[in-house]
Design a protein around this ligand. Sequence first.
Ligand code: SAH
Length: 386
Amino acid sequence: MQESRSLPRCPLSKKCGGCQLQNMSYAHQLAYKQEKVISLLGRFHHVSPIIGMDHPYHYRNKVQAAFGMTRRGEILSGVYQSSTHRIVKVDACQIEDAVADKIIVTIRRLLPEFQMLPYQENSRKGFLRHVLVRRGFTSGQIMVVLVAAHSMFPLKKKFVQALLHHHPEISTVVLNVNPHQTSMVLGEREEVLFGNGYIEDTLCGCRFRISPRSFYQINPLQTEILYRKAIEFAGLTGNENVLDAYCGIGTIGMIAASSAKQVVGVELNGDAVRDARINAKLNNIQNIHFIKADAGEYMVELARESQPIDVVLMDPPRAGSDKPFLESVITLSPKKIVYISCNPETQARDLRFLTQNGYRVKAIQPVDMFPHTAHIECIALLERKA
Ligand code: SAH
C-alpha cells in the first residue's frame, strides 16, 4: 500500500530545497510525476502508471555533506542552500540513510580534536571540503570518503581510529584530494586510510564492487524494479548481441547477461570500467566485456564496422544522449532499444529523433527513484518498424 500522508514537514525544507515536493502527499507526488511524464512523452505512447515506493523515506544509500564554518567559528555540515554556496546545517534527513547521517555528524564533532578545519572557499584555507558516505543496503558495507583540499593530514591514523570507535560498522575510509576551485565534489587523487577502498553490494542477485568515484544508483530498492522492467522490455531469448551503453559499473548488462548471447558495456569513467571488469569476474559472467570510451564515439566505430547489435540498453546522464550516438544506433539498426532516463525532457528529445528515423515506442514505464524530489526516472521501449 502506498502511503498518502507525508512525514511531518521537514524543518529545513525551505532552506535546503532538495525535496521540492515536500508539500504534497506521496500519492499526489506520484500523480504529479505521472502527469509530467504524460505531458512530455505521452505523444509517443500510453504511459504505464508510475511505480512508487511503499515506504518512501531514508531511501538514499549515498549521502554527501559539504563542510564549512560560520563567521563565529561554528563548524557546519550539510547541503548548499539552493543555488548558493551557503551551507544549511543538516543532522538528519528524511530521505537519506540514517546511519550515514549519523556518521557525518560524528565526523563534524571530531574535527577540532584532529585539527581538521573545514575548507573555506574564500580564503582557500582549511582542509575538509566534503564527506561522502555510501552504504550497501544489502551487504551492510559502509564507505566513508573524506574529500580534502590537500593531503597533509598528520593525525589521520588517530582520526580513523576515533571514527571507527564510534562507528565500528564502517568498512572502509578513503581520503580523496580535490585541490581545485570547482563545483565537482571529488578530485582525482585517492588514498585508502582503512579497509579495501571500495564496498560491495548486491542487486538482482549479482554482486557489485563500487569505488568512490563510480556511479551507483542511489535508491537500491527501486533500482531492482527499474532493472527488472528494463530487462523484461528487452525480451531477451539467449541469442542476442546486447549493448549496455553508459553502463557504469556494469549492473544492467551483467544482470541481463544470463539471458543474452553476448553483452558489451561502454562507459567513460575509468574507475567504473575497472569495477565493471572485476564485477564480471566476481559473478563468473563470461559473455560480457567492457570498453572505456565515450559512448557516442564507440557507437560510431561499431557502425563503421557494421557490428551486429540486436538490443541497445542505454542509460545516459541527465543531458541525454548525443547525435553521434543516436545516428549510429540508426545505422546499426538494433531490433530493440531500451532507453532508461533520469530526465524525461532530454529523453523526449531523443525519442523524437529515434521515432523520426525508423523506430516506434512500444512502452513507457516511469519508476519513482527519488520520492519527495522533482526528479523523474523513466524507461521507454522502442522497436524497429518492420
Ligand atoms: N547504467 C548505470 C549507470 C548510469 S549513470 C547504472 O544503472 O548504474 C550514467 C553513466 O554514464 C555514468 O556512469 C557516467 O560515468 C556515464 N557517462 C557519462 N557520459 C558518458 C559518455 N559520453 N560516454 C559513456 N559513458 C558516459
